[in-house]
Design a protein around this ligand. Structure first.
Ligand code: DX5
Ligand code: ZN
Length: 216
């Protein structure tokens, strides 16, 4: 399967949100990556349902929603109603992860689990077969434009092996600091989905940058 590129709307120009969404619609990108931050789980607040619904109104590609919020179960149906196709919760924010995953799937979405840089991938061994996507944070979550953490490559390789061994269909998503210098190594190590915020929206020609991120 060719890899997926998901530009992160967090780095878009919110004063020109429709323009930036249409730019992604017209590009080679596959998904929209949407970061929801509550100011509690992470030291930043991004945006909530009104903005997400505005994105949904114009977006012509699946919405990959990454929840950096405590107790995400409270909002699973609300994110479905706001247009999420993939809903990712943080393992560090879920006391009953299995229940949260089942809840997301029964609401009709793909279920993802995100891991902070310090969190071992082996915590997923008993649930990997139930997950559609694992989001490996390659920066500490909360902000765009941070430096990629090199240890991520080890996590990708080990997670890929676990997915194969357990006969899971989970995709490996990399979130944070993905750029034109590291994306190829990430793909060859086993990544399936590349999130890119600053690399896309901070570039002179975002559509061309997306095209480059799609190349192998
Ligand atoms: C970080 C977010 C990321 C962020 C990535 O907490 O989860 O999705 O937007 O931005 P870049 O690609 O600029 O590191
Ligand atoms: Zn994210």
């Amino acid at each position: 399967m060719p890899h997926i590129v998901a530009p992160s709307v967090l780095s878009a120009d919110f004063g020109n949100l429709q323009r930036d969404i249409e730019l992604i619609n017209d590009s080679d990108a596959d998904w929209f990556h949407i970061d929801i931050m509550d100011g509690v789980f992470v030291p930043n607040i991004s945006f909530g349902f009104p903005v997400l619904k505005a994105v949904q109104k114009h977006a012509k590609k699946p919405l990959d929603v990454h929840l950096m919020i405590v107790d995400p179960d409270r909002y699973i149906q609300a994110f479905k109603d706001a247009g999420a196709a993939i809903l990712t919760v943080h393992i560090e924010a879920c006391t009953h992860l299995h229940r949260s995953i089942q809840h997301i799937k029964s609401a009709g979405m793909k279920a993802g689990v995100a891991l902070n840089p310090h969190t071992s991938i082996y915590l997923l061994e008993d649930i990997i077969a139930d997950i559609d996507l694992v989001c490996l944070m390659s920066v500490n979550p909360g902000f765009g434009g941070q430096k990629f953490i090199e240890n991520t490559y080890h996590k990708v390789a080990a997670l890929k092996k676990m997915i194969t061994d357990k006969n899971s269909k989970a995709l490996i998503e990399i979130d944070g600091g993905v750029d034109l210098l590291n994306y190829q190594k990430l793909i060859s190590t086993g990544a399936d989905v590349l999130v890119a915020g600053n690399t896309v929206f901070g570039s002179v020609n975002p559509k061309e940058t997306i095209k480059q991120l799609k190349q192998i």
